[in-house]
Design a binder for this molecule. Structure first.
Ligand code: NAD
Length: 356
């Protein structure tokens, strides 16, 4: 963690528009990027939204590609690149969650085309320089400033259709970025304030959405919180929590946002022992001890709590602990494979985290 006397602020290079109905400004933003022929990207599930956007863009649209998939498979990227070439696209517009934005990043980094991202979940990929891709089942992740989308449009209206389960797990996915940014070795006071404000907005917004999924104020707060959490993810190094999620997603095929939601109370509880001061903004919001407070909040929101519900079993724990324990990376609390096994065991059945 940095102190107020000694830190580096790297700046936030992305242009961000936030509001309700902001999607109508996509055309202007494409023009600002110098785009004359935009390839619109989505998943198959969101092809209707992509079609509407193509229609809004009018003559600035080159076409649509709606086959974005989780973890950015390189064969899907190759197919999209063919479409980009055949349609003469000169920029990409991704509308969707992290899967679609990942495809936009993969095309942009390969072609140099500008990228306008329009997120519809709370996962946060739009604000980062990180790209995870899969080829023949192997996931590789890289960071490069050129991976960052140039412009991001947050439109609260686009989140109204987000199903309740994904709303909850995706919001907790966002919260995990902020919790880890609070103790990041390359953090700074601005990032910490954004992380704390992001957590507070999620804490205010999510219960309103649970009570009424169309509650505009709740949706607005949660998307605003997600933006703040995405921004800190794009600025600070992540620790044990993100590493464990990466292992469970990459090697055990566990779903992205649900895995984040389940593990967060356990990893935060583990790290709170060593980073109590850095995590104070989080425990002020969710409760002290932080692990129990986050678990209570997740449970009340109806979040998934148990890895066992997603096909992970006790027999998987030793291999997961071994993979997660091999790489060294910064984490506020030292850990070994036994610690990881204890965290995973607690998360396996969804027990409320005890003080580790
Ligand atoms: P996702 O993009 O896979 O979306 C899940 C499903 O929900 C899709 O079918 C999608 O079309 C649908 N959906 C999205 N928004 C919707 C809406 N508003 N209404 C209705 N349906 C909607 O899920 P995700 O959790 O956003 O992203 C996960 C992926 O993003 C993973 O591959 C993860 O690795 C990646 N990711 C990358 C970063 C990064 O910085 N590189 C950050 C976060 C996540």
């Amino acid at each position: 963690m940095s102190t107020i006397d000694d830190f580096v602020f790297k700046g936030i290079p992305t242009r961000v528009l936030f509001g309700t109905g902001t999607l109508s400004r996509a055309r202007d933003e494409v023009e600002k990027l110098g785009g004359r022929a935009a390839l619109v990207l989505s998943t198959a599930h969101q092809s209707a939204e992509a079609d509407r956007l193509v229609s809004d863009l009018g003559e600035l649209a080159a076409g649509r590609f709606s086959e974005a998939a989780m973890h950015t498979p390189t064969d899907v990227t190759a197919k999209a690149l063919e479409i980009a070439k055949s349609t003469g696209a000169d920029c990409v517009v991704s509308i969707g969650g992290g899967s679609t934005i990942g495809l936009g990043k993969a095309i942009s980094i390969r072609t140099g085309m500008p990228h306008l991202a329009i997120p519809t979940t709370y996962a946060g990929s739009e604000m980062t320089d990180i790209l995870g891709e899969t080829e023949n089942g192997n996931k590789t992740t890289r960071r490069d400033p050129a991976i960052r989308p140039d412009t991001v449009i947050y439109d609260v209206s686009l989140t109204l259709s987000l199903p309740e389960k994904l709303t909850v797990s995706s919001a907790l996915n966002a919260a995990a970025h902020a919790v880890e940014a609070l103790y990041a070795p390359d953090g700074n006071p601005v990032i910490s304030q954004m992380a704390a404000a992001g957590l507070a907005a999620l804490h205010r917004g999510l219960p309103r959405i649970i009570a009424d999924s169309a509650d505009h104020e709740g949706r607005r707060e949660t998307l605003y919180g997600a933006w703040l959490c995405a921004t800190v993810l794009g600025q600070a190094a992540m620790g044990l929590h993100h590493k464990l999620c990466h292992v469970l997603g990459g090697s055990f095929n566990l779903p992205h946002s649900e895995t984040h939601a389940i593990l967060l109370p356990h990893t935060a509880g583990f790290n709170a022992m060593a980073a109590k001061t850095a995590l104070k903004p989080a425990s002020d919001i969710f409760g002290d001890p932080l692990g129990g407070g986050l678990w209570d909040f997740a449970k009340a929101a109806g979040a998934p709590l148990a890895l066992a519900d997603f096909g992970f079993s006790a027999a998987d724990i030793p291999r997961a602990a071994e993979i997660a324990g091999t790489d060294r990376y910064d984490n506020p609390r030292a850990f070994d494979t036994d610690d990881i096994a204890r965290i995973l065991t607690a998360a396996l059945h969804g027990d409320r985290p005890e003080t580790f």
